[in-house]
Design a protein around this ligand. Structure first.
Ligand code: HEC
Length: 176
Protein backbone atom coordinates (compact mmCIF):
# COMPACT_ATOMS: atom_id res chain seq x y z
CA UNK A 1 0.00 0.00 0.00
CA UNK A 2 1.19 3.47 -0.75
CA UNK A 3 2.15 5.48 2.36
CA UNK A 4 -0.25 8.34 1.52
CA UNK A 5 -3.10 5.84 1.26
CA UNK A 6 -2.27 4.26 4.64
CA UNK A 7 -2.21 7.73 6.13
CA UNK A 8 -5.61 8.45 4.62
CA UNK A 9 -7.04 5.24 6.04
CA UNK A 10 -5.73 6.06 9.50
CA UNK A 11 -7.19 9.49 9.29
CA UNK A 12 -10.54 8.37 8.01
CA UNK A 13 -10.95 5.58 10.60
CA UNK A 14 -10.05 8.09 13.32
CA UNK A 15 -12.62 10.49 11.91
CA UNK A 16 -15.20 7.72 11.78
CA UNK A 17 -14.61 6.81 15.43
CA UNK A 18 -14.90 10.46 16.42
CA UNK A 19 -18.19 10.71 14.51
CA UNK A 20 -19.56 7.62 16.27
CA UNK A 21 -18.58 9.02 19.65
CA UNK A 22 -20.15 12.34 18.78
CA UNK A 23 -23.44 10.71 17.77
CA UNK A 24 -23.40 8.50 20.87
CA UNK A 25 -22.77 11.46 23.14
CA UNK A 26 -25.45 13.50 21.40
CA UNK A 27 -28.09 10.85 22.26
CA UNK A 28 -30.30 11.98 25.13
CA UNK A 29 -29.35 10.28 28.39
CA UNK A 30 -31.54 7.23 28.96
CA UNK A 31 -32.17 5.90 32.44
CA UNK A 32 -30.52 2.51 32.96
CA UNK A 33 -33.36 -0.03 32.85
CA UNK A 34 -34.02 -1.64 36.21
CA UNK A 35 -32.85 -5.28 36.29
CA UNK A 36 -35.78 -7.68 36.04
CA UNK A 37 -36.39 -9.43 39.31
CA UNK A 38 -36.84 -13.05 38.25
CA UNK A 39 -38.07 -13.97 41.71
CA UNK A 40 -41.24 -12.03 40.98
CA UNK A 41 -42.00 -14.45 38.17
CA UNK A 42 -40.74 -17.74 39.57
CA UNK A 43 -43.08 -19.38 42.10
CA UNK A 44 -42.06 -19.12 45.72
CA UNK A 45 -41.14 -22.32 47.56
CA UNK A 46 -44.58 -22.27 49.13
CA UNK A 47 -46.42 -21.92 45.83
CA UNK A 48 -44.36 -24.77 44.38
CA UNK A 49 -45.21 -26.85 47.44
CA UNK A 50 -48.91 -26.10 47.10
CA UNK A 51 -48.81 -27.17 43.46
CA UNK A 52 -47.03 -30.39 44.37
CA UNK A 53 -49.53 -31.22 47.13
CA UNK A 54 -52.42 -30.70 44.71
CA UNK A 55 -50.91 -32.77 41.92
CA UNK A 56 -49.59 -35.41 44.30
CA UNK A 57 -53.19 -36.06 45.33
CA UNK A 58 -52.30 -35.70 49.01
CA UNK A 59 -55.62 -33.99 49.78
CA UNK A 60 -57.55 -37.00 48.45
CA UNK A 61 -56.69 -38.95 51.57
CA UNK A 62 -55.22 -36.47 54.05
CA UNK A 63 -57.99 -33.81 53.84
CA UNK A 64 -61.41 -34.82 55.16
CA UNK A 65 -64.22 -33.83 52.78
CA UNK A 66 -61.89 -33.03 49.89
CA UNK A 67 -63.69 -35.30 47.45
CA UNK A 68 -67.14 -34.11 48.50
CA UNK A 69 -66.15 -30.45 48.13
CA UNK A 70 -64.96 -31.05 44.57
CA UNK A 71 -61.51 -29.88 45.63
CA UNK A 72 -62.87 -26.51 46.76
CA UNK A 73 -61.85 -26.56 50.41
CA UNK A 74 -59.73 -23.57 51.44
CA UNK A 75 -56.07 -24.18 52.30
CA UNK A 76 -56.85 -23.64 55.96
CA UNK A 77 -58.69 -26.99 55.87
CA UNK A 78 -56.01 -28.94 54.01
CA UNK A 79 -54.13 -31.99 55.31
CA UNK A 80 -55.65 -32.20 58.78
CA UNK A 81 -55.83 -36.01 58.60
CA UNK A 82 -58.70 -38.42 58.26
CA UNK A 83 -60.81 -39.97 61.05
CA UNK A 84 -62.08 -42.57 58.55
CA UNK A 85 -59.84 -45.62 58.26
CA UNK A 86 -58.74 -47.66 55.27
CA UNK A 87 -59.18 -51.31 56.14
CA UNK A 88 -57.51 -54.15 54.26
CA UNK A 89 -55.22 -57.14 54.82
CA UNK A 90 -52.69 -54.71 56.38
CA UNK A 91 -55.11 -53.69 59.14
CA UNK A 92 -56.71 -50.25 59.33
CA UNK A 93 -54.68 -47.16 58.54
CA UNK A 94 -55.61 -43.50 58.87
CA UNK A 95 -54.18 -40.74 56.67
CA UNK A 96 -52.06 -38.77 59.13
CA UNK A 97 -52.61 -35.18 60.13
CA UNK A 98 -49.73 -33.66 58.16
CA UNK A 99 -50.27 -30.21 59.68
CA UNK A 100 -49.20 -31.67 63.02
CA UNK A 101 -46.74 -34.20 61.60
CA UNK A 102 -44.48 -31.55 59.99
CA UNK A 103 -44.14 -29.79 63.34
CA UNK A 104 -42.27 -32.82 64.65
CA UNK A 105 -39.88 -33.66 61.81
CA UNK A 106 -37.13 -31.56 60.25
CA UNK A 107 -37.07 -30.73 56.56
CA UNK A 108 -34.16 -33.18 56.06
CA UNK A 109 -36.04 -35.96 57.84
CA UNK A 110 -39.05 -35.27 55.62
CA UNK A 111 -36.91 -35.64 52.45
CA UNK A 112 -35.22 -38.79 53.77
CA UNK A 113 -38.61 -40.31 54.62
CA UNK A 114 -39.85 -40.04 51.04
CA UNK A 115 -36.68 -41.74 49.82
CA UNK A 116 -36.82 -44.67 52.22
CA UNK A 117 -40.28 -45.36 53.65
CA UNK A 118 -42.48 -48.01 52.07
CA UNK A 119 -45.17 -49.01 54.50
CA UNK A 120 -48.81 -49.79 54.82
CA UNK A 121 -51.31 -48.94 52.10
CA UNK A 122 -52.92 -46.98 50.78
CA UNK A 123 -50.21 -44.32 51.28
CA UNK A 124 -48.55 -44.59 47.85
CA UNK A 125 -44.94 -44.15 49.00
CA UNK A 126 -43.74 -45.86 45.81
CA UNK A 127 -45.22 -43.09 43.66
CA UNK A 128 -43.26 -40.43 45.48
CA UNK A 129 -39.86 -42.15 45.56
CA UNK A 130 -38.34 -40.13 42.71
CA UNK A 131 -39.76 -36.70 43.47
CA UNK A 132 -37.18 -33.92 43.18
CA UNK A 133 -35.64 -32.94 46.45
CA UNK A 134 -36.58 -29.31 45.82
CA UNK A 135 -40.26 -30.27 45.41
CA UNK A 136 -40.19 -32.27 48.62
CA UNK A 137 -38.65 -29.34 50.47
CA UNK A 138 -41.21 -26.98 48.94
CA UNK A 139 -44.05 -29.28 50.07
CA UNK A 140 -42.68 -29.36 53.60
CA UNK A 141 -42.42 -25.56 53.71
CA UNK A 142 -45.91 -25.14 52.32
CA UNK A 143 -47.45 -27.43 54.95
CA UNK A 144 -45.46 -25.68 57.69
CA UNK A 145 -46.71 -22.33 56.39
CA UNK A 146 -50.32 -23.50 56.97
CA UNK A 147 -49.59 -23.98 60.66
CA UNK A 148 -50.70 -26.81 62.94
CA UNK A 149 -54.40 -27.62 63.01
CA UNK A 150 -56.74 -30.34 64.24
CA UNK A 151 -56.10 -33.55 66.10
CA UNK A 152 -53.76 -36.41 65.23
CA UNK A 153 -55.50 -39.10 63.14
CA UNK A 154 -56.48 -42.29 65.03
CA UNK A 155 -53.78 -44.89 65.66
CA UNK A 156 -53.19 -47.77 63.27
CA UNK A 157 -55.27 -50.87 64.07
CA UNK A 158 -53.79 -54.36 63.51
CA UNK A 159 -55.52 -56.77 61.06
CA UNK A 160 -56.94 -58.98 63.82
CA UNK A 161 -58.53 -56.06 65.67
CA UNK A 162 -61.76 -54.18 65.10
CA UNK A 163 -61.46 -50.46 64.40
CA UNK A 164 -63.65 -48.16 66.50
CA UNK A 165 -64.08 -45.57 63.79
CA UNK A 166 -65.84 -45.62 60.44
CA UNK A 167 -63.66 -47.25 57.80
CA UNK A 168 -63.54 -47.93 54.08
CA UNK A 169 -62.95 -51.55 53.10
CA UNK A 170 -60.19 -51.96 50.55
CA UNK A 171 -60.78 -55.53 49.54
CA UNK A 172 -61.80 -56.59 46.04
CA UNK A 173 -65.09 -58.51 45.94
CA UNK A 174 -66.46 -60.81 43.32
CA UNK A 175 -69.96 -60.07 42.05
CA UNK A 176 -72.50 -62.34 43.78
C1 HEC B 1 -54.50 -43.00 48.82
C2 HEC B 1 -54.40 -42.26 50.07
C3 HEC B 1 -53.18 -41.40 50.31
C4 HEC B 1 -52.58 -40.49 49.47
C5 HEC B 1 -52.96 -40.15 48.04
C6 HEC B 1 -51.49 -39.91 50.21
N1 HEC B 1 -51.42 -40.45 51.46
FE1 HEC B 1 -50.04 -40.05 52.85
N2 HEC B 1 -50.80 -41.50 54.04
C7 HEC B 1 -51.97 -42.20 53.83
C8 HEC B 1 -52.22 -43.12 54.91
C9 HEC B 1 -53.40 -44.05 55.05
C10 HEC B 1 -51.14 -42.96 55.81
C11 HEC B 1 -50.90 -43.74 57.10
C12 HEC B 1 -50.16 -45.00 56.71
C13 HEC B 1 -49.79 -45.89 57.88
O1 HEC B 1 -50.39 -45.80 58.96
O2 HEC B 1 -48.83 -46.66 57.72
C14 HEC B 1 -50.27 -41.94 55.23
C15 HEC B 1 -49.08 -41.53 55.80
C16 HEC B 1 -48.34 -40.44 55.35
C17 HEC B 1 -47.18 -39.93 56.01
C18 HEC B 1 -46.53 -40.51 57.26
C19 HEC B 1 -46.99 -39.75 58.45
C20 HEC B 1 -46.73 -40.44 59.75
O3 HEC B 1 -47.54 -40.21 60.65
O4 HEC B 1 -45.75 -41.18 59.87
C21 HEC B 1 -46.78 -38.82 55.31
C22 HEC B 1 -45.62 -37.91 55.63
C23 HEC B 1 -47.67 -38.68 54.20
N3 HEC B 1 -48.61 -39.69 54.25
C24 HEC B 1 -47.58 -37.66 53.28
C25 HEC B 1 -48.31 -37.66 52.08
C26 HEC B 1 -48.11 -36.71 51.03
C27 HEC B 1 -47.14 -35.54 51.08
C28 HEC B 1 -48.94 -37.06 50.01
C29 HEC B 1 -49.05 -36.45 48.64
C30 HEC B 1 -47.82 -36.28 47.91
C31 HEC B 1 -49.69 -38.24 50.47
N4 HEC B 1 -49.28 -38.55 51.73
C32 HEC B 1 -50.66 -38.90 49.72
C33 HEC B 1 -52.76 -42.08 52.71
C34 HEC B 1 -52.45 -41.35 51.57
Amino acid sequence: MRPQFVQLCRWSSGAFLAAVLLVACAQPQRATPAPIDVRLQAPSAEQAGRYFILLGGCNDCHTPGWEQSGGQLPESEWLTGSPVGFRGPWGTTYASNLRIFVQNVTEDQWVEMFRTRAERPPMPWMNYRTINESDLRAAYRFIRSLGPKGEPAPEYVAPDQEPRTPYIVFVPRMPE
